[in-house]
Design a protein around this ligand. Structure first.
Ligand code: FAD
Length: 490
């Protein structure tokens, strides 16, 4: 796509919600700031070409979400005789999950993020509409829906992850994925003060919950403020910024309605920092202080009493224990206490895990995630097995931004391997990006990699909140993902 075509796509996104910004305003921003236009177009196009290859072999991709479908498209662009099969049960598998945060805050509608799998399937790729129920890497085959055996020469595991709400007492049995419509989840989450943007219907009901909170705040006369609580669990999660983004957006909506002084917003993360990169940690702390947010580190949500709106956290810390004569040091002991918190509104970020079918098979690991070389994305035990996206055991790799870097690496390495090359040519450097929405209209674009240093793509201080990144997040990243990545080019 040319820059003009991409800019037209951005403007089409703008047109969908004139209440947020008119086309005229967007054009004004883009033309007043040539840098803005070039940043948006550059970030959006980012097209890369791939060298053609005559390599042959049957490639099976398990999971046709963002990672699986983008990889299928890029392989189909590259191979002169592609033999690619995607196995995916969900007809809406390519829906745009990063937009769920915006749906949760009433900025977008669910229809803005819903996309159909079959519309994004490259014409020369075979689709099996089903779920893999067993992996047999010793015999190069998988089983679909318990009965259909599918063999492969190369296997790519891109199943994403599971939202394990059920690990929290009171939400027992509630497990789902971001893309599925799950009635059991909706029985407990999305009503009575308890919300979660991590699944699409949950995002939609979060906006109802925010509006209810606003209405309650308007008539609230008590001396104690209403309590809005936001959690971050003790497992790796997809989009580590989302638990904070929704907090900033709730704050923005409360301010907009003139009821901010009636509600206290408190963040309860399991960890002991706001962000793993010190520069972003400091910037977020300052943003929290500026907004009068409260926070309590080392609090992991373990129980919810939905009827009485009480959250129970495991507060944990380390203390000096016995002195070890041999090691000549004190043993450090982890202490725990249960902390009960009454809430009027709570946003839960669930614990997350690899799907059981992966975790309990030979392709999984003790912790569940698929163990791959974090640079080449090749399985550590099976040379013809690869993994990408949320399910791969790659540090800090669970975002669409990571997938955008990973799928090019995976395709280059897979093809080199199919061509019989002994050295894999490409390496993933851990790049990821978190467009941290800090208000309606501003975003801090936190880009970083395994060095845990900011790695900005543009010559701007990355710790600052800017409207230009709001334009990028709200208007440019969706076309880049839905058109660029899913055609295997961006
Ligand atoms: C609320 C929210 C906000 C986010 N914000 C951002 C953001 O701002 N920026 C960003 O870059 N990323 C963001 N993300 C993360 C991003 O959407 C994910 O990292 C990305 O979708 C990962 O792609 P994936 O293909 O690994 O997983 P998915 O897109 O979830 O796809 C996995 C697919 O595998 C299928 N599957 C599962 N099990 C099986 C099986 N046994 N057999 C066959 N198929 C199977 C599933 O049906 C699913 O379609 C956000 C996500 C959420 C939920």
């Amino acid at each position: 796509m040319s820059k003009n075509e991409i800019l037209e796509e951005i403007l089409k996104e703008v047109d969908k919600h004139p209440e947020i910004m008119s086309r005229r305003e967007a054009l004004k921003y883009l033309s007043v700031s040539p840098m803005a236009a070039s940043i948006l177009a550059g970030a959006t196009v980012g097209a890369t070409t791939v060298a053609a290859s005559d390599a042959t072999g049957k490639i099976v991709i398990v999971g046709g979400g963002l990672a699986g479908m983008s990889t299928a498209a890029r392989l189909s662009n590259t191979l002169s005789n592609p033999d690619i099969t995607v196995i995916e049960p969900n007809p809406k598998s390519v829906s745009y999950q990063p937009g769920q945060t915006l749906v949760g805050a009433g900025i977008w509608d669910k229809s803005d993020i819903t996309y159909m799998r079959d519309d994004k399937l490259p014409s020369d790729v075979t689709l099996i509409k089903g779920s893999v129920t067993a992996f047999d890497p010793d015999n190069n085959k998988v089983t679909v829906d318990g009965s259909q055996e599918v063999s492969y020469d190369q296997l790519i595991i891109a199943t994403g992850l599971m939202l394990n709400y059920g690990a929290i007492k009171g939400l027992d049995g509630v497990i789902t994925s971001s893309g599925s419509d799950n009635a059991v989840v909706k029985e407990k989450i999305g009503k009575n003060g308890l919300y979660s943007i991590y699944f699409a219907d949950g995002a939609e009901s979060t906006w109802d919950g925010i509006q209810e909170l606003i209405e309650k705040a308007k008539t609230h006369t008590g001396s104690e403020k209403l309590q809005a609580v936001f959690t971050h669990p003790n497992t790796p999660i997809k989009c580590g910024g989302a638990p904070k983004k929704i907090m900033y957006l709730v704050n923005a909506r409360l301010e907009e309605a003139g009821v901010k002084d009636k509600v206290e917003l408190t963040f309860y993360p399991n960890g002991s920092k706001m962000f793993g990169v010190p520069e972003y940690h400091e910037a977020i702390l300052q943003q929290y202080k500026d907004r009068d947010f409260k926070w309590h580190y080392a609090h992991n949500l373990i129980e919810v009493d939905t009827a009485n709106k009480i959250a129970v956290f495991d507060h944990h810390w380390k203390e000096k224990g016995e002195y070890d004569e041999d090691l000549e040091e004190y043993e450090m002991v982890t202490k725990h206490e249960k902390v009960e918190v009454k809430y009027d509104f709570m946003h839960v970020t669930p614990p997350m895990k690899a799907p059981d079918v992966v975790a309990n098979s030979k392709v999984g690991s003790r912790k569940g995630w698929v163990p791959v070389n974090k640079e080449t994305l090749q399985h550590v035990k099976f040379d013809n097995v690869w993994s990408i996206g949320d399910v791969a055991a790659v540090p800090m790799g669970k975002t669409g931004g990571s997938v955008r870097k990973q799928y090019k690496v995976l395709v280059d390495n897979l093809i080199a391997s199919m061509e019989g090359k002994t050295t894999l040519p490409a390496a993933y450097d851990g790049y990821t990006v978190c467009p941290l929405i800090t208000n309606i209209g501003t975003v801090m674009l936190a880009e970083f990699n395994w060095t845990k240093k900011p790695t900005p793509s543009f010559p701007l201080d990355p710790t600052q909140e800017r409207w230009i990144w709001w334009l990028l997040k709200v208007y440019a990243l969706k076309p880049m993902t839905m058109i660029g990545m899913l055609s295997g080019r961006a």
